[in-house]
Write a protein that binds this ligand. Sequence first.
Ligand code: ATP
Ligand code: ZN
Length: 581
Amino acid sequence: MKNIKKKRILIPLAIFILIAGIFFNYKSSLKSKNIIQYNQFLKEVEMGSITDVYISNNEMIKIKFKNSKIFYTQNPRTDTFKEFLLLKGINVHEGKGPISSDIIPLSLFSFFIISATVYLISSRGKSVSGAFKLSTIDAEIEKTSGISFNNIAGNDEAKESIKELVDFIVSPEKFSKYNARMPRGVILYGPPGTGKTLMAKALASEASVPFFAVNGSDFVQIYVGVGAGRIRDLFKKAREKGKAVIFIDEIDAIGKKRDSRADGGSDERDQTLNALLAEMSGFKDSDGIIVMAATNRLDTLDDALLRPGRFDRHIEVGLPDVNARYEILKLHSRNKPLDGNVDLYSIAQMTVYFSGAKLESLINEAAILAAKENSDYITMEHIDKAYGVVIAGAEKKDRSFLKEEDKKITAYHEAGHALITKLVCPENIIKKVTIIPSTKGAGGYTLNISPDRMYQTKNNLLNNIKIALGGRAAEEIIFGKENITTGAYKDIENATKTLILMSKYYGMFDATGLLNYELLEREGVNNSQEILKICNESIIKLYDEVVALLKQNKDKLDKIAFELLSKETIYNDTIDEIVTS
Ligand SMILES: Nc1ncnc2c1ncn2[C@@H]1O[C@H](COP(=O)(O)OP(=O)(O)OP(=O)(O)O)[C@@H](O)[C@H]1O
Ligand SMILES: [Zn+2]
């Protein structure tokens, strides 16, 4: 009896001494090792003399030179440090870095002691609560304090939708009292680096709840059943905390549509997906847990994920337009010494198709260049140089490569849609015209809202076709018949669909009469030539009318295109102003 008591005191004491030993050993090993200044480190990186960097959370990080010598330098703790090194072709290791040989025996010994303690405690009846289970995932609670919606510029609509969720987490009772179904799953979709993670963090932070972040790919490429176990574990952890935001980045890894998967779907993924769906339907509305998932493409996700009660809120997070880029640049240069000659608005203008992440890295790259030169300020020259670095580091498919000419084509194409809308359907409201690509359109898009009607008249339908043709017609007028582009693909598809409906089902053309051609076909009466003829004749006539209309109003077309080129996104009032002037 006495013996055991003694042991209980001895063990923590031993552990304490050991840990202290390791700590001092580590500190003194740092002291005795070579430290180089961060400036010097950057120079060495440029010269290509560094092969490996071990990123950690420590104050100093370890670096390995070509000649295998080990040095330490200050940890810059910037978000893009890793990418910066990778772009320079340096091997980056995350975590603590290789344990130096002098620490290994001590570590082994302390591991032995700790294991023994755990064994002792557990043998006294308490369980180790899955601490060493394979199925646990490192869903650590990430720090979100200090991140608020103010740290996110642009994407106002997405921000508004997410702000609404704060209330659902903070006071779910308010909604459950009315039996209102609380949103459980939210999907944020849009191009990489547009701030999806940032939005999820801001939600957790503003609601003051823990934030659990995992990546979809953490759940695959492991043994069957483990992914599902990890999901259950993640939710268990979150539930233990009460309210929480769970963030699953790259949900595609577990939630891709079956037919689009290269492997035709694996049991492992299905099990993981099922576990996720089961967990999501498992918690009560009043729990105050929200699951957010991020993807670059909504259309690749399995429908099972998107059904009501699951991820039924879909919020688009798009690339910033020029004003949003200006705001993002301001945000990220707030704590940096900018020279007076730096004009952030003109930088915003030259960074079309840049994501927030890319703008952040542009500013950071410029800061590194300034630091290397020991310059007091970050100047426009640094930013120009950094622009080259960021562009060069980007992949080919990246849109920031798009030339000025493409921007002009998109601007005229969208201006054509907008102008025809106002000319043929003045009652329509153009919510937004933009040349920034999104999921709504490959080039840009024109969001046009017609008044609600019970029926569509023949005239309405013909006008819709004209609006669709406005894009191509503008291209032809401005750039010539030989230079029309593939950008009208969707427009032509829509126009064709409408014409087929009008002739085949609605009986709207004299030439094809009041007949339902589908029924005729079923009865063996094949009249598809008639349909083809009327569709083709109609579209030629409509297109000619659209071209004539645009030619008559070419000054307005130019004005709208010009506005689009300078502002990238314009709204109804601007267009009305131009059209009615
Ligand atoms: N709208 C924005 N306002 C301010 N900073 C932004 C914005 N968008 C992106 N950033 C910057 O880019 C970084 C990366 O953004 P984040 O990780 O949130 O993007 P993401 O959409 O989740 O990207 P991914 O799809 O690659 O996961 C942010 O930490 C921030 O510094
Ligand atoms: Zn179009």
